[in-house]
Ligand binder design. Sequence first.
Ligand code: TXA
Ligand code: MG
Length: 314
Amino acid sequence: MLEKDIELAVKILKEGGLVAFPTETVYGLGADATNLSAIEKVFLAKQRPMDHPVIVHLGDISQLSRWAMDVSPLAFKLAHAFWPGPLTLILKKSSIVFEAVTGGQDTVGIRIPNHPVTLKLLKKFGGGIVGPSANRFGRISPTTADAVREELGDVVDYILEGGQSAVGVESTIIDMSDNQPVILRPGMITAEQIEAVLQQPVALYKRNAPRVSGSLELHYAPQTETHLISPEKLLDYLDQLTEFPCVVLARTKVHHEKVQCIVMPESASEYAHELYQSLRSADKMGVKQIIIEDVPLDSEWAAIRDRLQRASAG
Ligand code: TXA
Ligand code: MG
């Protein structure tokens, strides 16, 4: 059955269609990275501005040299340490990479995702698959096939089922195209883990870095008004609410007459795993506000806090 699903997905990709695929981070909206009209369909489906670059997914590290040039020994070190896994490397692009993939830049984002279904798909397909997250531009990334159906069900040709994404937030993106490694988007692979492999410090991205679509302030956002509130101020905030009911996402149950509570996991990895599903559920409750209790400052929470800040930036 699964083999047949993958064969069908490969056929659709080869014919220029769109296939949503599971990864350990979030589901991607896939198209053949060498088919320009298929790539254009991805942008149209997501309603994503044409100058926002997309990631190319590969099934094997031996394919890297087809897509990227001048890959440094440090970049290879990261690839070997973390692939397949939730890390995207920004590298100098090779001549086969379309401008539509890179947003006109001379770099390309590449990742080998760690999901058995999609690794099989990539190996059978043999080439690169562009894959932005399978949501409409600016919205919450999908971590289940049902969430993909909700977001893009009418425009995607096929959805490969792969259960709930294990990690739950998008990959760490690190720019390795220059001498100084820079993290452009925090993910569950932390700066410390990367520094431990590189044996050198990495810089953190500047907020207004050009054309990293995740760097737009309002992103990964529910449609309900969303606020991020520190734990110390939470009860005062709830007391002062004039419009309710609201929903609170907090790591310890909140009892308050004006709110319902979604209890979030204690650990960062489990919190990340649940985050987008919880935001989706909260968004469907028809409440006045989604109120999120802020999370710890530790680096293992950096990706989660980044997404929470963006979700509440409106
Ligand atoms: O975990 C992930 O990375 C997921 C799964 C599906 O692999 N994909 C994902 O794709 O999050 P997307 O398109 O939603 O976000 C990719 C990010 C965007 O912010 C994009 O601007 C950035 O990667 N990006 C891609 N190529 C780039 C480049 N050459 N330079 C700078 N940023 C780049
Ligand atoms: Mg996205």
